[in-house]
Design a protein around this ligand. Structure first.
Ligand SMILES: O=S(=O)(CCO)c1ccc(-c2ccc(C3CCCC3)c([C@H]3C[C@H]3c3ccccn3)c2)cc1
Length: 240
């Protein structure tokens, strides 16, 4: 994959997205507002407009017990599970398999009235990162999705408006070993999930509509996805 035309961009975007995701909300600059909270899940957004279009950066932090960062990224990255948890997905295809850890997706989302239907074309890369804080601790796992151009699929030539997104899912696993030295179980496992996204809706849609869509959809999306991973892994050996 290292000789693929997209490789330099993938390297740069992954490094910068991981660094941003690692920063606490306080270090990410001013203007973040908490807009949704549900137990361990906290969702922040900053109100930003580009050419009059809502492009609010979003940062969600969630702690989920009983799953590992590798498992969260595995079920987020692999196409075969996506229809199970991505409720707004209408159609998804893998346009290119650049390598086993890098795919190019074309996906259409269900139309959300009154906005017109959207599609996204993006590369997706999964990567294990060393745990800098604790050398012999569990690795950090990440998936980065970033919009890209594809000559065979020019933007906005069909019915769908092409969105432009950058998404980073960063997962840090914590193992709290059992006191009595017995074997590790999922009860000794938890995962801190940071989900960052910036979405340019690609074409104009009323700010009030978009912000209502995000306020409704993002908390639902993260809760549904993490519940899916817990359910898929509960009777399986832990993937570290
Ligand atoms: O994390 S991912 O990479 C996972 C791969 O699928 C991701 C997440 C979300 C989106 C996305 C981008 C824009 C919209 C809006 C823009 C104007 C009208 C539709 C929506 C609509 C479908 C709603 C939505 C919002 C938030 C979360 C899930 N669903 C979704 C795309 C990819």
């Amino acid at each position: 994959a290292s000789q693929h035309r997209l490789w330099p961009e993938i390297e740069n975007v992954v490094k910068s997205q991981v660094n941003m995701a690692k920063m606490g909300i306080g270090e990410c600059g001013a203007g973040w507002q908490l807009f949704a909270e549900d137990g361990e899940m906290k969702m922040y957004r900053r109100e930003e407009e580009v050419d009059g279009m809502v492009c609010d950066p979003l940062k969600a932090v969630h702690v989920v017990k009983g799953i590992s960062g590798h498992e969260v990224c595995h079920y987020f990255f692999n196409p075969q599970y996506r229809y199970d948890w991505e409720s707004t997905l209408e159609h998804m295809t893998v346009l290119e398999t650049i390598s086993e850890d890098t795919l190019v997706f074309l996906q259409t989302h269900k139309r959300i009235w009154p906005a017109s239907q959207r599609e996204g074309l993006f590369w997706s890369h999964i990567r294990k990162l060393p745990n800098e804080k604790d050398r012999d601790g569990p690795d950090i796992w990440t998936v980065v999705n970033n919009s890209t151009e594809y000559s065979e699929h020019p933007a906005n030539n069909g019915k769908c408006v092409r969105i432009f997104l950058t998404v980073c899912l960063l997962c840090q696993t914590t193992v709290d070993p059992p006191k009595d030295g017995t074997t590790l179980t999922r009860d000794n496992l938890s995962c801190k999930i940071t989900y960052c996204s910036v979405v340019n809706p690609g074409g104009w849609a009323p700010a009030s509509v978009l912000r209502a869509v995000y306020k409704r959809e993002y908390p639902k999306f993260l809760k549904r996805f993490t519940a899916y991973v817990k359910n898929q892994t509960k009777n399986k050996p832990i993937m570290f």
